[in-house]
Design a protein around this ligand. Structure first.
Ligand code: 2NL
Length: 354
């Protein structure tokens, strides 16, 4: 009996895992285990023998059962300790940064302009970026000899060999969109035309593609006073503070009279602040739509009149976000220009050409 006890107590003590422990339990105290068999033999014993062997066997069975239970707990604790060692986690580590996208500042400003003018009753007009030269120039009273029509400034598209119609151009402003809008809906009309425009120019303040928003309001008695109100309302909403404007007489072929518009600003330590101080910053061109332009667009200038203006979205985005170099917006997109074969960009002003 002592031998039996030592054998099992020792084996239980050195069992490597729960499976080994279960095997020992079956061998020792299972239905056909060694101790159970010995208990069955009690029946063959004399009553005296049975009186000592019976309790001894029961005590042995209890001892083995508790050794099994104790070892089982010890194994589980060891397993848990091992996992805690292996699977620890430093919850004080900083989180991993997620890459987040964002809307390009030019797109944000584009949308903001659209929303502000929409509040003043302007609808959005859109049109082609590859234009007929009539819409881009002639309808706007820009004569054939005007410098804007020189190849240095405008991207002309090639015609097929033998086709001698005037070439298409990449629109140099969104004015042709407004000509098309007047043709389509007549007067009265209140639209803005935001969009991409193209000029063969590239330096710190010019990119070959940039963004413009033009505005047009035609009715029976629209005046420059209405223009001034609309622009002051726009700039105050856009910059979030009251902004004064200053009109300077100017000249455009498509407006008469014409004015360049400055907004109030301060210059301190090389930074511009809009809506304060007594300096001025030129931001747009404007005027009363020239009668010839109204006529070209099918609107009777003896019945209707109105104002038009044009400003650079990129420029007012730079002012709002403090971006010093226009190329910051588009440098990464030179692939795009190459893709579309802007051969005309091989002009001396280009950094290295394309
Ligand atoms: C500038 C000049 C301007 C317009 C754009 C316009 C459009 C039509 C008729 C008449 Cl359909 N005018 N647009 C008028 C004056 C100036 O832009 O220097 N923009 C940055």
């Amino acid at each position: 009996m002592q031998e039996l006890r030592d054998k099992y107590i020792q084996a239980i003590g050195s069992a490597a895992d729960e499976a080994a422990l279960e095997e020992l339990r079956v061998q020792a105290v299972g239905k056909k285990g060694e101790i159970s068999l010995k208990m069955r033999e009690l029946g063959k014993m004399t009553p005296e023998e049975r009186q000592t062997a019976g309790p001894a066997l029961n005590a042995l069975k209890d001892e083995i059962n508790s050794a099994l239970a104790a070892k089982k707990t010890a194994l589980a604790d060891a397993a848990l300790d091992e996992r805690l060692q292996a699977e620890w986690l430093d919850v004080t580590l900083p989180g991993r940064d997620r890459r987040v996208g964002s809307i390009h500042p030019v797109s944000q400003v584009w949308e903001e302009c659209t929303a502000i003018f929409a509040d003043m009753g302007f609808a959005v007009a859109e049109g082609p970026q590859v234009e007929d030269d009539w819409y881009n120039f002639d309808a706007l009273n820009i004569p054939g000899h005007h410098p804007a029509r020189a190849e240095m400034d405008t991207f002309y598209m090639h015609r097929a060999a033998g086709d001698d119609r005037p070439p298409h151009v990449l629109r140099t402003h969104t004015s042709p969109v407004q000509i098309r809008a007047m043709q389509a809906q007549g007067a009265p009309i209140r639209v803005i035309a935001p969009g991409r425009v193209y000029r063969a120019d590239y330096d710190q303040t010019h990119t070959p593609m940039f963004h413009q928003v033009e505005g047009l309001a035609i009715d029976r008695d629209i005046s420059m006073a209405n223009l001034k109100w609309v622009l002051e309302e726009f700039f105050s909403a856009y910059f979030g503070t009251k902004v004064k404007t200053r009109f300077r007489a100017s000249h455009f072929p498509f407006t008469e009279p014409s004015a360049e518009v400055d907004i109030q600003c301060s210059w301190e330590g090389g930074t511009v602040k809009v809506g304060e101080g007594d300096d001025w910053l030129e931001v747009l061109g404007s005027g009363m739509v020239h009668p010839k332009v109204l006529e070209a667009a099918g609107v009777d200038p003896s019945q209707w009149q109105g104002f038009a203006f044009g400003m650079g979205i990129d420029r007012i985005a730079m002012l709002k976000y403090g971006i010093p170099d226009l190329r910051a917006f588009f440098d990464s997109d030179l692939r795009w220009l190459r893709h579309y074969g802007f051969g005309a960009l091989q002009v001396p002003t280009l950094r290295g050409g394309i």
